[in-house]
Design a protein. Structure first.
Length: 177
């Protein structure tokens, strides 16, 4: 018999246990993300994937906010995060710490997600505005751009969906190392 597990059977970490647990050295940076629901969803995905930290930059709203809480379902309490208006400062900081800086964006030299070869275990991923994407000034500071292949009539995905797809793909690579 295939029985759905109850919440108490999932053996989830407490917020304190999650904060103390070892995490993959992946940093998520959201720049100029408008949708509070997207921000909350990204918090939730970062919690699920055990991400080290999130940065909220530019016009991206920060917790506590009712709409972020609604989709984060408590993840804004467990995931380490910080607000910094200027995303360039964060990129410079993490480059100096040895992180590979990656824009998730369609560019003239982007690499399809499934072709990405992990060369550095420390990664900072940039996700941009829902309409305009990652700004050119941030792309200019990146080591590379990752693109999620698409086969439909649209040429973009919801940012929270993109974060989930990229993190799952990277998590599989990390688990194989």
């Amino acid at each position: 018999m295939n029985k759905k597990l109850k919440l108490e059977e999932l053996n989830r970490l407490s917020v304190l246990e999650f904060k103390e647990a070892e995490k993959d050295p992946i940093i998520i940076l959201l720049d100029d993300v408008r949708s509070l629901n997207n921000i909350g969803s990204v918090f939730r995905t970062c919690d699920a994937m055990g991400i080290k930290k999130m940065y909220l930059c530019g016009i991206t709203a920060q917790p506590p906010h009712r709409e972020i809480r609604k989709t984060a379902i408590g993840a804004s309490e467990s995931v380490a995060w910080e607000y910094e208006k200027n995303a360039c400062k964060i990129l410079t900081k993490y480059r100096n710490l040895g992180y590979e800086i990656i824009a998730v964006e369609q560019t003239s030299n982007s690499i399809f997600l499934e072709n990405y070869q992990l060369t550095n275990k420390k990664i900072l991923l940039i996700f941009g505005n829902e309409i305009t994407g990652v700004s050119q000034k941030l792309i200019d500071l990146c080591d590379l751009s990752l693109e999620i292949p698409q086969w439909g009539t649209k040429h973009s995905l919801n940012i929270s969906v993109s974060v989930g797809m990229v993190l799952w793909n990277l998590k599989k690579i990390f688990l194989l190392k």
